[in-house]
Design a protein. Structure first.
Lengths: 611, 185
C-alpha cells in the first residue's frame, strides 16, 4: 500500500461525447476538454490522449464515463443510455475503492446524452456521435437528470456539478432540487476558474496533514475550507486524539496562511496567570510583572489563535474573551487608562467536552458559547471508529514514521491480518492512540520481518468492535461528547451512511422492533413539533389548540392536502402509545379519529374542515 | 387526412427538427466541443501546457470549424421567427374552425404576444450581431495564422487577445441561441 497521499483531487466526468471510446483513436474532444480545464486524464482507456504529461500543473485528475453502452461504438451501432453501468463506475470510486484510493472529489455531469445509431461525417453531427432521438434533447427527459436523481439517492454525500453545453434555465429547478451543487457552462471562458472554485467549496479533497480518504474526514476538511472569508471564530468539536490542532492548522492555512498561528492549551496554562498570558499586562500590574507584556492574543494579531480545551477556561478569562470577541479589542491587565488595543484575530476554539452541559451546570457562559458557535462555524471531526477505512492508511503512515525514527532493525511492514485487527478496534483514544500503539510495537519488535496480531498490545480501553470481543478486559470509557445535530438533513445523511456490516450479530437480534419503536417516536415528536408550531391560542385553549390540517400540510409540503388526508396521515403517524400522552398528540389523534372514524371511510358531515 | 392536419404535423415536425439541430449544433458544438478547443489554445498560449501537436491540429483543422458550421448557425437564427412562431397553430384545429377573418387577427395577435413574451426580435438581432462580431474576429485571425506554424508560439501569443475575444463571443452567441424558446408557450 502506498502511504503517500496523492494531492490532486479526483474528478469523475459523466458525459456522452467526452466519455466515449473511439477504438484505437484518441478522443480529441476529451483531450481538448482536459487541456481547457487543466485536467489529467486517468481513464486509462485507449482514448485517453496522454495530454497530462504536457500540462505543467493540472488542477485535478479526471476519469471519464460515457454512461452509455456500448462505450466504444462504431458507425452503424446503436447506442443506449446505461444508468446501472454508470452507477457501477461511480460505486467503484466511492464505497468499493481500495483504502489508498481517494473517493471522487467531485462529479461533473452532462445533461443531454444522444442515443440511437452512430453517424459519421454529417456537418450537423460529430463523428461517432449517435443521431439522437427526439426525447434526448428535451429538457424534461434529459438522461443527465435521471443520473443526478440516482446519484442523490444512492450517494447523498457525493458533490455533483452539472457541466453542460445546454442552458441551465429550463432545468434549473430540477438540478437544484436533486442536489447538484452548481452549474458550469461548457462554453464558459472562465470554466477552469469556476471548476477550481467549486472544487474548493464543494469538493472532497484529502490533505497531507490529515491522513485519510474517508468521506466523514473529507467533509470536515471541506467545512474548514468553507470558512474562508466567512468566519472569524471557529469551534472545532471532536473526541480526544482526533487531530483538532491539525484541523486548526488546516483552517489557518486556508484562511490566513502567511500570518501568525498561536496555539494555547487552556488545560496547560497556570490558572492564575491565564489572563495575563492571553490579554497581556502592564508593568507593575501584579507582583512579578516587571515589564509590559503583549499577550498571546496580540501575538496572533492578523493571524489565528488556536485555543484548545476551551471548555476549561476560568470564569474571569471567559468574560475577558467574550469582550475580545465582541469588541475585537484587548485590554491588558493593569491598563488603568482604559485604553483598548484593536486586534484582528481569527479564533479557532476546540473542545472534546459537552460544553452545552457545562452551560447548564453554570461552568461556562452561555453568551460566550453562542459567540463560539454562531460567530463563525462549527466543524465536527469524526472519531476514528467512524472513519475506519482510514485505519490501514494511518497505520502504514505511522509504521513508516516509527521505523525511520528507530533507524535500525529489519521490520518491513504490518501483516494484512494485523491491519485487519487494527481496523476492527474501536480506538476510543482515536488517531493518537493508534499512533502510540504502532510506535510502541515497532520499538518492541524491531527485528521481526512483519508485525502480526500477536505483536500488538492494545491499550486497555480498546475493543474489537466487529466481533464485540474486548482486546483487554477493561471496557471502553463512554464518551460524553455528542456533536449537536440540528438539521433533519444531518439525521438523514447519518442514517444513509450507517454501516450495518459493522454491527455484531448479537446486536441484530430483536433489532427491527426496537428500530421501529425509535422511528415511531421520532415521527410522533416531529408531528408534535409541527402541531406546536401551527397551533393558535383560542379563548377556551389559551395554550393553543392542535390543528392537524395545517400541521400535516407543513410536514408534507403540500398546500392542497385535504383535511381527511391529513387525518389519515395522523392516524398513520401515531400509535396507541402516543395517544396515551397528554397534550397536542392526544388532541390530534382524537381529531383524526373524529374526521376519519375507523369504521367509516367518509368524514362526518359536521366536521370542521379547518381542523 | 385533411390538409390542415398535414400542415399541423409538418409545422410541429419542423419545430422539432429546428430544436434538434439547435441542440446538436449549439449545445453540442458551439457550446461544448468548439469552446474546449479555444480554451485549450488559450492554455497553450499562456504557457500552462506545451503541446505542439495540438497547436498544429488547431491551426490546420479545428479553428476552421467556424467557417464550416457558421452557415448552419446563421440558418438556425434566420429560421426562428418562421419555424417557432405560433402562427401555424391557427391553421390547425381547433383554431382552424374560425372564420378566415378571425383567424387572421387571432394569428397576428398570438404571434405578437409570443414575440413580445420571448423578445424574439431582440434575441434574433442580438444573435445576428454576435455572429457578425465573431465573423469579423475570425476574418482578422485567419490571414494572421495562415502561414503560422505550431512552432511559432510567439506570433500566436501576440494574437492571444483576439483568440480570447473570439472565445467570449462564441460563448455569448451560444447563450443567446439557447434562450430562443423551446416550446410555443
Amino acid at each position: 500500500m502506498n502511504c503517500a497521499l496523492p494531492v490532486l483531487p479526483r474528478i469523475l466526468i459523466i458525459d456522452d461525447v467526452f466519455g466515449r471510446t473511439l477504438g484505437d483513436r484518441p478522443n480529441e474532444e476529451r483531450a481538448d476538454l482536459c487541456r481547457s480545464l487543466l485536467l489529467a486524464d486517468v481513464t486509462g482507456d485507449s482514448s485517453a490522449s496522454g495530454v497530462q504529461g504536457r500540462i505543467a500543473r493540472p488542477i485535478a485528475e479526471a476519469l471519464f464515463c460515457r454512461a452509455q453502452s456500448p462505450v466504444c461504438a462504431r458507425v452503424g451501432d446503436t447506442v443506449e443510455n446505461d444508468l446501472e453501468g454508470c452507477l457501477q463506475v461511480v460505486r467503484a470510486g466511492w464505497q468499493n475503492r481500495p483504502a489508498d484510493v481517494p473517493p471522487w472529489s467531485l462529479v461533473l455531469l452532462d445533461l443531454c446524452f444522444y442515443t440511437g445509431t452512430v453517424t459519421n461525417g454529417d456537418p450537423g453531427h460529430l463523428p461517432g456521435v449517435p443521431a439522437g432521438r427526439p426525447a434526448d434533447d428535451q429538457p424534461s427527459s434529459y438522461f443527465g437528470l435521471k443520473i443526478l436523481k440516482a446519484l442523490r439517492h444512492e450517494f447523498p454525500d457525493m458533490p455533483v456539478v452539472i457541466l453542460s453545453g445546454n442552458p441551465r434555465s429550463p432545468v434549473s429547478k430540477d438540478i437544484d432540487t436533486h442536489g447538484a451543487r452548481g452549474f458550469i457552462g461548457s462554453a464558459d471562458p472562465n470554466a477552469v476558474s469556476i471548476l477550481q472554485e467549486y472544487l474548493d467549496r464543494h469538493g472532497l479533497i484529502a490533505d497531507e496533514s490529515m491522513f485519510g480518504y474517508s468521506v466523514p474526514l473529507l467533509i470536515a476538511l471541506r467545512s474548514a475550507r468553507r470558512l474562508k472569508g466567512a468566519a472569524r471564530n471557529v469551534l472545532i468539536r471532536g473526541e480526544s486524539g482526533v487531530g483538532k490542532e491539525l484541523l486548526a492548522r488546516y483552517v489557518h492555512r486556508h484562511t490566513r496562511r502567511d500570518e501568525p498561528f498561536v496555539v494555547v492549551n487552556s488545560a496547560l496554562l497556570n490558572p492564575n496567570l491565564y489572563s495575563s498570558a492571553l490579554f497581556g499586562h502592564r508593568k507593575g500590574a501584579f507582583t512579578g510583572a516587571i515589564a509590559d507584556k503583549k499577550g498571546l492574543i496580540r501575538d496572533a494579531d492578523g493571524g489565528s489563535m488556536f485555543l484548545d480545551e476551551v471548555a476549561r477556561l476560568p470564569p474571569d478569562v471567559q468574560a475577558g474573551l467574550l469582550r475580545v470577541l465582541q469588541e475585537r479589542t484587548v485590554r491588558p491587565e493593569g491598563a488603568d487608562d482604559g485604553r483598548e488595543i484593536a486586534v484582528d484575530v481569527q479564533f479557532i476554539f476546540a473542545t472534546n467536552e459537552d460544553i452545552e452541559g457545562q452551560v447548564i451546570a453554570g461552568g461556562f457562559r452561555a453568551d460566550l458559547l453562542e459567540r463560539l458557535r454562531f460567530g463563525g462555524g462549527t466543524i465536527v471531526i469524526p472519531p476514528l471508529r467512524d472513519r475506519r477505512s482510514d485505519i490501514p492508511l494511518l497505520a502504514q503512515h505511522f509504521f513508516e514514521s516509527a521505523k525511520n525514527a528507530l533507524g535500525r532493525g529489519s521490520v518491513r511492514g504490518i501483516s494484512p491480518e494485523a491491519l485487519d485487527m487494527l481496523r476492527a478496534a474501536d480506538w476510543p483514544g482515536n488517531v493518537r492512540e493508534l499512533e502510540g500503539c504502532i510506535r510502541k510495537t515497532v520499538a518492541e519488535y524491531p527485528d521481526v520481518e512483519y508485525l502480526y496480531p500477536l505483536h500488538f498490545e492494545f491499550p486497555a480501553a480498546v475493543r474489537l468492535l466487529a466481533s464485540g470481543v474486548p482486546v483487554q478486559a477493561t471496557p471502553a470509557a463512554p464518551t460524553t461528547m455528542v456533536p449537536p445535530v440540528t438539521h433533519l438533513d444531518d439525521v438523514a445523511a447519518f442514517l444513509s451512511r450507517f454501516d450495518f456490516a459493522q454491527v455484531p450479530q448479537a446486536e441484530l437480534a430483536g433489532a427491527l422492533p426496537r428500530i421501529q419503536r425509535v422511528f415511531q417516536d421520532f415521527a410522533a415528536r416531529l408531528l408534535e413539533t409541527a402541531l406546536a408550531r401551527t397551533s393558535r391560542a383560542t379563548p377556551d385553549a389559551p395554550d393553543g389548540r392542535a390543528k392537524i390540517h395545517p400541521a400535516i400540510k407543513l410536514l408534507k409540503g403540500d398546500p392542497k392536502l385535504t383535511a381527511s388526508a391529513a387525518a389519515d396521515e395522523v392516524k398513520r403517524l401515531l400509535t396507541h402509545d402516543d395517544v396515551r400522552r397528554e397534550g397536542h398528540l392526544r388532541d390530534a389523534y382524537e381529531v383524526a379519529i373524529r374526521l376519519r372514524p375507523p369504521t367509516s371511510r367518509k368524514p362526518r358531515p359536521d366536521a370542521d374542515p379547518h381542523e | 387526412m385533411s390538409l390542415c392536419c398535414t400542415h399541423l404535423v409538418t409545422s410541429s415536425d419542423l419545430r422539432a427538427d429546428w430544436n434538434s439541430r439547435r441542440s446538436k449544433l449549439n449545445h453540442g458544438w458551439l457550446g461544448k466541443t468548439y469552446p474546449a478547443k479555444l480554451g485549450a489554445l488559450r492554455r497553450v498560449l499562456s504557457g500552462e501546457i506545451s503541446d505542439s501537436a495540438f497547436v498544429a491540429r488547431f491551426l490546420r483543422d479545428d479553428f476552421a470549424q467556424w467557417a464550416r458550421y457558421r452557415p448552419e448557425l446563421a440558418r438556425l437564427i434566420e429560421e426562428v421567427p418562421r419555424l417557432l412562431s405560433p402562427l401555424a397553430r391557427v391553421d390547425a384545429p381547433p383554431l382552424s374552425a374560425l372564420a378566415q377573418e378571425d383567424r387572421k387577427w387571432v394569428g397576428a395577435l398570438t404571434e405578437a404576444v409570443w414575440s413580445q413574451l420571448h423578445d424574439v426580435e431582440g434575441l434574433v438581432n442580438e444573435a445576428k450581431r454576435l455572429l457578425a462580431e465573431a465573423d469579423e474576429i475570425y476574418a482578422r485571425l485567419v490571414p494572421s495564422i495562415e502561414d503560422a506554424s505550431s512552432a511559432d508560439l510567439e506570433h500566436l501569443r501576440s494574437l492571444a487577445d483576439h483568440f480570447e475575444a473570439f472565445h467570449r463571443v462564441c460563448c455569448d452567441l451560444s447563450a443567446v441561441i439557447s434562450r430562443f424558446p423551446h416550446e410555443v408557450a
